[in-house]
Design a binder for this molecule. Sequence first.
Ligand code: AN7
Length: 348
Amino acid sequence: MGQPGWKGVIEEYRSFLPVDETTPVVTLFEGGTPLVPAPRLSERVGAEVRLKVEGANPTGSFKDRGMTLAISKAVEAGAEAVMCASTGNTAASAAAYAARAGIRCVVVIPEGHVALGKLSQALVHGAEVVPIHGSFDDALAIVRDIEAVGPAVVVNSINPHRVMGQMSGAFEIVDELGDGPEVVCIPVGNGGNITAHWRGYVEYRSMGRARTLPRMFGFQAAGAAPIVEGRVIEEPDTVATAIRIGNPASWYAAAAAASESGGAVEKVTDEEIVRAYRLLAAEEAVFCEAASAASVAGLLKTGAPAGCRVVCVLTGNGLKDPTLAMSHVTVPQAVDATSASVLRALGW
Ligand code: AN7
């Protein structure tokens, strides 16, 4: 996406990524997502808040930033299949980029806990979907297990190329602001993205492209907050199914990113998440996923120093989970097809 002429994450940030002229670039022109000022939210928290709208990526989430590199490197290495466990977005992204590359894609998902939009994407792009009677954590354990015997490259964020590609989210923010923001708020599931963004800021500063580093604040859902509670959550539960994860793959890296930056990983309740989700849609006109709204719920809960520059990373598109959206609104009844009936329905 991005500006006209935007070439996708690998071409735009080639010098920061492990590619050379022989790497086959599999891209859907991901990245270049809008950094939207949030005037009403800024007023509420007394800071200068911007929203990084990752739902504007080709498959509707930030996963595309890492997937372009993971799939390109898999193809370069001669892989004919990729595989992932997923709460939905990784599956949708892997399915799309594998389709583009013309290779097989296997996704293992927790049955009944993947939002409709994400499941439909994986299926329509032609992935082989295996739902399990278990959680995301069970699915990831299975995928790791199969990797040892199977012919497929794993494209979860345990694949280092995923995290490298996702550094581009931070690069874009600095490119646009001219420096790092003071505070970044970001949802945490497996912890890959907070790790990637932090590494992106550190990398950019070491190259002289930024002078300052942000404090990174990660937010987990209260029913799925293993990092905050310091223990594996056996039966994670939250309305934000994208981050319904009890044993994060990048646990230590995520915790280190938060603490090295002078930030923290904290938790927000489902109620706080839904309030932020609705507020973003109604007041800022950005329809994001519930998981994404955890970043804003966290900002509203913990606040930010007066006047500082805050970026909330809105990781996925609200259209991914129409079922959740519809459960929080009143669905109007149909009326007769006359002007009079419509006027009556409106109380005019
Ligand atoms: C919208 O798709 O784990 O902390 O399997 O879809 O890097 O895991 C998704 C995670 C935040 C958390 N927001 O990012 C998957 C998956 C959205 C997400 C996260 C996810 P990480």
